[in-house]
Design a protein around this ligand. Structure first.
Ligand SMILES: [Zn+2]
Length: 348
């Protein structure tokens, strides 16, 4: 308690703020939203996905959903503490199998289904493609449909000792649905997920590994929210040991991965940063204050969840635009994120 107070007071001192002021986190990236917000906000801090602002006067109606009152995000100003880990030879052996060329092949394939907006013919074809890949790997495949034409795919690799404990590896397959490819957002995450499923095929995991390809993320986290609610109704949320989300893991030039969760899971993010330094070439940036992707509905329900995402300061300039194509991506970088998440599944 004391130390967290010190952190907060240090922040106020450093930035010359008074504790009475209210701070908000910006929780949208859509250019139109940002354009309408900008006249009304002042930036207090901006680094990666954590953008903290104060409101100048009163915020016009309709803009408040894009801001969230800050609760604990101050902690993000502290330095990342690495938790030293003992190198595990088995983990090293498995992560060596990550093949950036195979990730690239799948990004090109998924991007060939042009729009992939949930419910469209392209989206359905993409769903068929990942489903057949899961069948080839001998996984137990099922669907979670939130509407007649919009389904997410679930593929289980049953645990050997504690099959009732589940680690979810998740990525959304849909895109915003203009006439463009959505290579980075999010053929990249889906392809790394498929690569993880291939690599872990013969790994005798104690816990169940659940590959969860979500749908309708771009329409408001629909598939992930529906599934989280389903598990909640069935009283099965407690089975979830960890949820790993990959959304936009392909565009990068600086080797930084953002690890995003909520402040109460700070220790999880530090453990993850430790894995990144131990097993990958990535540099971690921890952002506490989750928003805007499929990890959110799980965090909201008390499930430990983390987003791995490209550095938001240098994110693709083609975000939600028709130039988000496979040739713009860095597949070595995507492979490093694959290694990180394989290591996390194995070390958990
Ligand atoms: Zn996305």
């Amino acid at each position: 308690m004391k130390s967290s107070l010190i952190i907060i007071w240090t922040l106020f001192f450093t930035l010359g703020l008074t504790p009475k002021e209210k701070f908000y986190q910006v929780i949208t990236s859509h250019p139109e939203d940002l354009a309408s917000l900008r006249p009304h906000i002042e930036t207090v801090h901006q680094s990666g996905r954590l953008w903290i602002v104060r409101v100048k006067n009163t915020l016009p109606k309709g803009l408040s959903p894009h801001l969230r009152e800050l609760r604990g995000g101050e902690k993000s100003f502290t330095e990342t503490k690495m938790i030293p880990l003992i190198e595990d030879e088995t983990i090293k052996k498995y992560i060596q199998r990550v093949d950036p060329e195979l990730i690239k092949r799948d990004v090109i394939k998924l991007s060939s289904y042009r729009t992939r907006k949930a419910g469209t013919a392209d989206n359905l074809e993409a769903i068929k493609f990942v489903t057949s890949r899961f069948h080839e790997l001998g996984l137990n495949v099922s669907e979670s449909c939130y509407s007649k034409s919009s389904c997410s795919v679930i593929a289980d690799k049953k645990g050997t000792h504690s099959p009732e404990k589940v680690i979810i590896v998740m990525a959304h397959i849909d895109s915003v649905g203009r006439s463009f490819a959505g290579a980075d957002d999010n053929a990249s995450g889906t392809s790394v997920l498929l690569e993880m499923a291939r690599i872990l095929q013969d790994y005798p995991s104690k816990k169940t590994i659940r590959f969860f390809v979500t749908n309708g993320e771009e329409d408001g986290l629909l598939g992930a929210t529906f599934y989280a609610k389903t598990l909640e109704k069935e009283n099965k949320l407690k089975e979830l040991d960890l949820v790993i989300n990959m959304d936009m893991v392909g565009y990068n030039s600086n080797g930084i991965v953002e690890l995003e969760t909520d402040p109460e899971y700070e220790a999880l993010s530090q453990w993850y940063a430790g894995l990144a330094s131990q097993y990958t070439k990535l540099t971690s940036k921890i952002t506490l204050g989750a928003w805007g992707s499929d990890h959110v509905p799980f965090l909201k329900r008390g499930v430990p969840a983390i987003l791995t995402i490209e550095n938001w300061d240098t994110k693709t300039p083609c975000y939600h635009l028709s130039c988000d194509t496979p040739d713009t991506l860095n597949y070595e970088y995507a492979g490093e994120i694959g290694k990180l998440n394989v290591a996390a599944v194995m070390a958990r």
